[in-house]
Design a protein around this ligand. Sequence first.
Ligand code: FE2
Ligand code: FE2
Length: 321
Amino acid sequence: MGRLVVDVRTQVEETDSKPKSSDGEAQWHQMSMQLVSCPELKESVGLFQMPEHNAFGQAFRAYDAKDGERQACVEDLYRANHTHQTYDFGQAMRQKHLQFNKAVMSIWDCCELLNECVDDSDPDLEEPQIQHLLQTAEAIRLDYPDDTWFHLVGLIHDLGKVLLHPLFGEEPQYAVVGDTFPVGCAFDPAIVHTELFKDNPDTHNPQFSTKLGIYQEKCGLDNVVMSWGHDEYMYQVMKHNNTTLPPQALFVIRYHSFYALHQAGAYKHLLSETDHENLQWLEKFNKFDLYSKSKVRVDTDEVYPYYQSLIDKYFPKVLRW
Ligand SMILES: [Fe+2]
Ligand SMILES: [Fe+2]
């Protein structure tokens, strides 16, 4: 088992004064409910058997399930997220978190640190975060035994959520979790709770409110600024620490919360040819991320040596965060 040794290099900055919401990750559109009962999709998932229900006995990403408190929580998240996630906010967060001076720790240390973070309004998560990581990774391993990089993607895809930890400034949830989308161009109606963008200043900025905004057709997602969250942060951490994971692995991690793209097919006019190829892996990945949130517990001690061997293959011993 990994030993948690976190080297705090700098004093954590005070969090900003923006209102904090008690939100959660990745809210759902009607579509998720349809996917759960879609037999073709079940077949396409292969060996991994998707459970019908999450740990709460509800359909996955069913944010309109009869749990008023959770639903209010999720709406609070989206109200805050859609109001504050502007182009400028994203740039400020990049400035703040891409210095990589918050901690020096290994990938496994980060998995353990993430257990201390609460993403309390994800309606599909009741287990510790590390269980979601391992369940995702193990489900992928079952269906794609030879794609070892893909197993590791399952394990590390949510590590960027450590931004919620006090060590990283305890960022508000709207700046860490939830669906992501491009900024600098019009918000597509396919984004969940699209009506909540009305108070976002970018909505009223003529430069940012056309379909292309500041971008060009087929410019490639590399050239598009996404709303800030755990996806982008983890992607940047991997790049900064010279991971040897293949490009499709980085793509999956960077855009796994971009539901408007990988579920609704929006924003495809911005994609390059390479993006289209990588998107296939993202679509495969999403099923595991979503449907492996169940009560099937993975024995951490048992699988630890395997995942540590993958970490050793693709990452340095310690990383700067
Ligand atoms: Fe995530
Ligand atoms: Fe996840």
